[in-house]
Design a protein around this ligand. Sequence first.
Ligand code: C5P
Length: 316
Amino acid sequence: MHAYTLIAPGKINLYLEIIGDRPDGYHELIMILQSIDLADRLTLRSNGLQKCRLSCSHPQVPLDETNLAYRAAVLMEQEFPKEFANYGGVDITIDKQIPVAAGLAGGSTDGAAVLVGLNLIWQLGLTQLELQNLAALLGSDLPFCVSGGTAIATGRGEKLDQINNLANLYLVLAKYDSIAVSTPWAYQTYRQQFSDSYINHLSGIEAKTHQVHAGPLVGAIVHKDGAKIGQLLHNDLEKVVLPAYPQVAQLRETMQQAGGLGTMMSGSGPTVFTLCESREQAAEIQQKIRQKLPDSDLQLWVAQLSNRGIQVETAS
Ligand code: C5P
């Protein structure tokens, strides 16, 4: 096979708790990550050259080493020089459907897709776990993007435990085009303001009584209890992002009032989502939000939760 087209789904966080800091500058997290069917489509085609080239349908997406798809190709060239020399490089084309700089792992899922695609084209035979170990070298969200579905993520976000899928739920996503939140800024600001509550900053007794709240949400997911899941959504980064971006806070408020099972910001934002029990409910809520916030800068999507990570669509 010389060309593969891959579907690369985005993700939301149903839960994000920051429990500690780490010597490497990252944070210890407990997250519940969920794939959505809003997805990019990547084509990888052998080009017969000794280099990989990148292009993207979205003009704002950089094509240099700041792009995780580019970095994934460079990593694979370095890790597998013999196969790279044998099979040659690929032209990578990204058809961008996931909003850019949105907190939906759009860049991470593209990087994960390049790892999966080159594994196939260079016939490396890497297992999903081996791909996830490579993915972790590129970013905290990439290992999840390889496998997708619904998962508890701990450590930096790279240690994964899969849970039952939730593909029967829907969501409305909303994002202001003009607002971008820096993820490092969000984590650093959280550290400045809330590090007193980190488990590794607490005394022995306090640390022992430290509560981890993800348990009830995992229970609700296992029982596929949409109403409970909606009530138990949690994201610590809202505590720093919402006060700094009042427009996002107002969007969240408006969405919450419009109904649905529950509303929250995804990752470090600025995308806000409302979980819904049906596509009809999601479409109704989308319309209500559009009426209340007719601002043309506001983008809205209806999506379905998905139980899949990177998938091969076509091979030729
Ligand atoms: O791993 P990734 O490059 O996606 O992370 C982006 C930024 O988010 C990091 O540079 C860091 O500032 C922050 N981060 C963190 N702790 C994590 C994950 C991300 O502080 N567990």
